[in-house]
Design a protein around this ligand. Structure first.
Ligand SMILES: [Zn+2]
Length: 362
């Protein structure tokens, strides 16, 4: 089941909606139908929620396009019933840049609110107290208010919400980046508890936001602490140095023997100086089923193998592995292949570093 549907590609960023978002639109339609009992009223209710979430998408584009100025790529923007999420490659390490990226979202909402206010004033739209109490005023007036609320709510210093990112950046100006993240994440989780409590009594949406906030803070903090514990580690520290390369003329029987005899799952094909492809365990299993074990490796259509330098920092290596669909990469020193590496090898290194780190801090 596909939960995210791509609805547009704007400024080279894919925009997705989560399927549950359509439920929200339908629910608003139903709610408006009950309230007005007319098709026009129902459509107006649905149009309002669509307009509201357009503002949310614009908020995310505020973040994404500001981040782009610092050469940070945003892969996608996804619209969930509780708000938008911009999936960026990373956040800027420079605190001042992070503040600008974080503030750009709420700033967009303020600008929208201001434009709506100008329009409402220019058209002499009068909102009486009775209107406000009755239905919150005309739709554009409500949209203006909601944009103000969105800006203010996102500025609450609850990491990883926008205000929390500003807080982290400010903290990072006076302490190490990972310590700042740790502090900001603890404060974020405190807010999550408060939101959760308020949510229980007043508003279930707050409860959902609390859950996202709690886990979001924990996840970002964890990945930051892992980065620190990996420190200056490079591909050479995590790579598998006892590995086998298959020659093109080898049969699949050899691949089976090597798989069963050791821990290597994916096999580079070629020589130590020149690799021509990668035989993954998955490809091996498919080939065994379709062609049998006496087939030569060269008879298969192999996927390309990427090589990285043995000095490449682990952090960049993780990005490369992820970009390559989590497959195995070859590690080169000069013109020689000296190792292979995949996500499992890096996770092993992280476990070991963490154990050593805990021992040091005991
Ligand atoms: Zn934001």
């Amino acid at each position: 089941m596909k939960w995210n549907w791509k609805i547009a590609r704007i400024a080279e960023i894919d925009v997705y909606i989560h399927l549950t978002f359509l439920l929200l639109v339908a629910w608003f339609g139903f709610h408006s139908w009950q309230q007005y009992g007319t098709l026009a009223g129902t459509l107006q209710g649905m149009a309002f929620i669509v307009a509201l979430f357009t503002c949310v998408v614009l908020h995310e584009f505020g973040h994404a396009l500001t981040a782009r100025r610092y050469n940070i790529v945003t892969r996608s923007i996804t619209l969930l019933p509780i708000g938008g999420v911009a999936t960026m490659e990373k956040m800027p390490e420079d605190p001042l840049q992070e503040v600008k990226v974080a503030l750009a979202g709420p700033a967009v909402n303020i600008v929208i609110a201001f434009i709506l206010w100008l329009w409402l004033s220019a058209n002499n739209v009068v909102v009486t107290e009775a209107d406000l109490l009755n239905n919150g005023g005309p739709p554009l007036y409500r949209l203006m208010l909601i944009n103000v609320v969105l800006a203010v709510f996102n500025l609450i210093p609850a990491f990883p919400m926008d205000g929390g990112r500003v807080l982290r950046a400010v903290l990072a100006m006076r302490m190490k980046h990972h310590e700042a993240t740790d502090k900001a994440a603890s404060i974020g989780q405190m807010f999550a508890l408060w939101f959760g409590l308020l949510g229980l009594f007043y508003n279930p949406i707050l409860l959902l936001i609390a859950v996202f906030l709690w886990f979001g803070a924990a996840a970002e903090n964890q990945s930051e602490q892992i980065k620190v514990s990996l420190g200056k580690a490079t591909a050479a520290d995590a790579m598998l140095t006892e590995f086998h390369i298959l020659a093109p003329e080898d049969s699949l029987t050899k691949a089976i023997q090597l798989t069963l005899a050791g821990s290597q799952k994916d096999f580079p094909v070629g020589t130590h100086q020149h690799l021509t492809g990668l035989l993954t365990q998955n490809d091996l299993l498919v080939a065994l089923q379709e062609k049998g074990q006496h087939t030569a490796v060269s008879a298969l259509h192999l996927q390309a193998i990427q090589t990285v330098d043995y000095n490449l920092p682990i952090e960049q290596l993780l990005t490369r592995i992820e970009a390559n669909g989590n497959t195995t990469l070859a590690v080169r020193k000069g013109s020689n292949i000296v190792g292979i590496i995949n996500l499992d090898n890096i996770l092993e290194l992280i476990k070991i570093q963490n154990a050593l780190h805990k021992r040091r801090s005991m």
